[in-house]
Design a protein. Structure first.
Lengths: 303, 238
């Protein structure tokens, strides 16, 4: 504790004793890149962080391990096509087959995007720049969506390149490939908004991981139980609706309705009104999650 | 056991948002049971499907993960564990106490709702309700011990835990029969099979393997966690 500074003695004869030294701080006069650039930089930084780039070696293990597992079926399929000349895993089935891996990736990585900033209360530092809360949310969502899209699209593209090189009899499945790529965008946007929204509600990483995976496991188990029970009492049309509770099969239903691919479950999806309902459900879930995120950050920014 | 440490741990786990997840999972189980009752499929097969897929296959590992890591991992994460470790309490006693807390929570949030859900559907026909409640209790104890150990050993306990539960037990265990031998939920089903006489349900791991496996995994994990706490390093990686 310093002693109290004595009040300056009154009187005009005393000269001021304090001096401000010029120690060479300079203003920034260069170009300012503005809000759009800040948004891009934050998105790129977050995207790199999702894969552990620019973080410790330990942070890279999990994303690259999971990305490697995502590649496995593509490699095996190419080997199958080359050795025994049979088509491998169909493109539209890729994401549904690997849904557990995608869910684990989403659960493991989305808390990284939002939890540290909330936990160390650095949000005001972002917001003291031209970035707004909306920009922050958009950057984090875009980073996760891009990461998931890469995770699905990379093995699909490798598989397609493999198919072209092996050159099986018959035309290549170009339509299926592009259908699967377009669906990958839907998967990426839907899953990332669910994952980031859930993770943003807790500043603790562990709990964030647990809640994202809990929501996936809950929806898939509820759907599996209902389908199993409804099929066993032969209410098959009700069972086709129960599949849609699982977000992966929901997007698959959208894919079936828009691109006319084969359904990747037992028993198909509800016919007729089912397709539009699935599309509306996907849009509603995305809108709900984004609204929740924006509200969450409006509150976090004001506190 | 140390009652003060136990009290603090209960408050830490039950007083935060964590408890919402702990309540949500059993509530969904009861809700599913009520829904199945409402659509009139209250037979043995439906009950076994609900128990196997949801109660043992999904709810138990998730609750084990949340309760098991939740008793110790947040404290290590934010460094407050040092206040506990600097007290004159033996570290193995701390580990045992935290394990007891996690196991008791699994008994309340997993085993009891499992019994209630099965009982809602078919009372205690063919011993399904009591069988699966016993399986959930024993599986819950083993999960609590393993995930407590994970929480002490690594900062990424929850991620590694879900990879074990989702990828190993559900995905690999679904295709490779040998992997089921090393899966806690299969051991839980073995215990359930001892009481249940239902023809729709058959455990894939023998009792002769499951009993020693549960004992070794539970006791081994708690002892290892206690030893590991004696030389815990608090310097984190991020």
């Amino acid at each position: 504790m310093s002693e109290p500074i004595p009040a300056p003695a009154p009187g005009p004869q005393l000269m001021p004793t304090g001096v401000i030294h010029d120690i060479g701080y300079r203003h920034y006069d260069g170009p300012r890149l503005g809000r759009g650039h800040a948004l891009g930089a934050l998105t790129l930084h977050s995207l790199r962080g999702v894969f552990g780039l620019g973080r410790t070696a330990r942070a890279k293990i999990m994303p690259f391990l999971l990305a490697g597992v995502m590649m496995l079926p593509a490699v095996v399929s190419i080997a199958v096509m080359a050795m025994i000349k049979r088509p491998g895993l169909p493109y539209p089935a890729y994401a549904v087959t690997m849904q557990a891996v995608l869910a684990v990736f989403l659960a493991a990585q989305s808390p990284y995007l939002v939890a540290p900033d909330l936990r160390f209360r650095v949000l005001p530092l972002y917001l003291s720049r031209p970035t707004t809360t909306g920009d922050y949310v958009a950057a984090k969502l875009a980073a996760m969506a891009l990461a998931l899209f890469l995770l699905i699209a990379a093995p699909l593209t490798v598989l397609y390149a493999g198919e072209l090189l092996v050159d099986l009899p018959g035309p290549p499945h170009t339509h299926d490939y592009f259908a699967a790529l377009a669906t990958a965008v839907v998967y990426a946007v839907l899953l990332s908004s669910i994952g980031v929204a859930l993770a943003s509600f807790t500043p603790r990483r562990g709990l964030g991981v647990a809640s994202v995976i809990a929501v996936y496991l809950l929806s898939s188990a509820i759907s599996a139980v209902l389908v199993g029970v409804l099929m066993s009492v032969s209410r098959d049309s009700a069972a086709t609706w129960a599949w849609l509770i699982n977000p992966f099969f929901l997007v698959d239903a959208v894919q079936v309705w828009i691109f006319g691919t084969d359904p990747n479950n037992d028993g198909g999806y509800p016919s007729g009104v089912g397709g539009p309902v699935a599309v509306l459900a996907v849009l509603a879930v995305i809108a709900l999650c984004v609204t929740a995120l924006v509200l969450r950050y409006r509150k976090a920014a004001s506190s | 056991m140390n009652s003060v440490v136990a009290g603090i741990t209960y408050r830490a786990v039950l007083g935060r948002r964590r408890v919402l997840l702990l309540i949500l999972l059993p509530v969904v189980l009861i809700g599913l049971a009520l829904l199945l009752r409402a659509i009139g499929s209250t037979d043995e097969k439906a009950t076994v499907t609900l128990m196997q897929t949801y109660a043992i296959g999904t709810m138990l590992p998730l609750l084990g993960l949340i309760a098991g890591t939740g008793t110790i991992a947040p404290e290590i994460d934010d460094g407050t564990i040092i206040h506990l470790l600097s007290k004159p309490i033996s570290r193995p006693v701390i580990a045992t106490t935290k394990f007891m807390v996690a196991a008791s929570m699994l008994a309340v949030f997993a085993a009891v709702p499992t019994f209630v859900a099965a009982w809602l559907l078919i009372r205690d026909e063919a011993g399904i309700a009591s069988g699966f409640a016993l399986g959930a209790l024993i599986g819950g104890i083993a999960y609590a011990a393993v995930f407590l150990l994970l929480g002490v050993v690594t900062r990424h306990a929850v991620t590694i835990g879900i990879i074990y539960a989702v990828v190993w037990e559900n995905l690999v265990g679904g295709y490779v029969p040998g992997a089921r031998n090393f899966s806690i939920q299969q051991w839980a089903q073995t215990f359930a099979d001892q009481i249940s006489t239902s023809g729709f349900f058959k455990a894939s791991v023998g009792m002769g393997f499951a009993v020693p496996a549960v004992l070794i995994v539970t006791i081994g994990s708690v002892v290892w966690a206690g030893q590991r706490l004696r030389s815990l390093s608090l310097t984190g990686d991020e």
